[in-house]
Ligand binder design. Structure first.
Ligand code: C5P
Length: 212
């Protein structure tokens, strides 16, 4: 199976030395890439800047920085993929203008105008073919289930893995996580707090062999 995964944060430039980003470390997406490789799948990993080693044996590794670059890479790779897993923490906003020279400080406040980035998941959801499986992630601090189910529907996901952020010992930057995995046919699976590596194996086995 051809598996396409995105992982990590994006960086949205303010000027040549500054950017807006988020706390994603890429650990969950990289763990899923490694689990898929161990199962013998051909894995393409599109990754924002992270400090993890590139897994051995990938079919392709596509490093990107911005949400726009990630959108381009994902749309290009999507037609060849059977399973697409969207683990990246894509910035929702980017500065309207990226200054060509370093912004100088002055005494007053600085206002940054931000514009929406492309919702990559939404774009891929619209392009999905019947035989492609699209899996999204949802990181929420509130109303986890309601938000996750709404996102799955809006973005045409077949599965959504919901994780609560803001709790200690899990989520962003942690080696561990707990997930609730929802299928678009209404089934749900609780994946207990454990290492992201073990979680990745469990997640893939549920998605690939949902009847077992
Ligand atoms: O940001 P949101 O909570 O809607 O993210 C849910 C899913 O959408 C995740 O799988 C994430 O990778 C994806 N996403 C995306 N492009 C964005 C924002 C989120 O692909 N601009």
């Amino acid at each position: 199976m051809n598996v396409l995964i995105n992982a990590g944060p994006t960086r949205e430039s303010i000027d040549p030395v500054r950017f807006i980003t988020n706390r994603s470390t890429g650990k969950m997406g990289y763990a899923i890439a490694e689990a898929a490789l161990k199962l013998g799948h051909a894995v393409t990993l599109v990754s924002g800047p992270v400090s993890l080693p590139v897994p051995d044996g990938l079919a392709a590794f596509i490093p990107i920085e911005s949400a726009a670059e990630m959108a381009g890479a994902m749309k290009q790779a999507m037609p060849g993929a059977d399973l697409i897993i969207l683990c990246a923490a894509v910035a929702d906003y980017r500065p309207v203008v990226c200054s060509r020279s370093k912004l100088k400080k002055s005494a007053g406040n600085l206002f940054l105008e931000l514009e929406r980035t492309e919702d990559i998941a939404l774009s891929l959801g619209k392009r999905k073919r019947g035989n492609q499986i699209l899996v999204g992630f949802a990181a929420e601090t509130d109303d986890l289930e309601t938000n996750a189910l709404r996102k799955m529907k809006e973005k045409n996901f077949d599965w959504i893995a919901a994780n609560e952020v803001g709790k200690p010992g899990r989520g962003f930057a942690s080696d561990n996580n707990a997930l609730t995995l929802y299928a678009s046919d209404g089934r749900r699976f609780q994946l207990e707090l454990q290492s992201k590596k073990r979680l990745a194996v469990e997640l893939l086995s549920l998605i690939l062999h949902p009847g077992e």
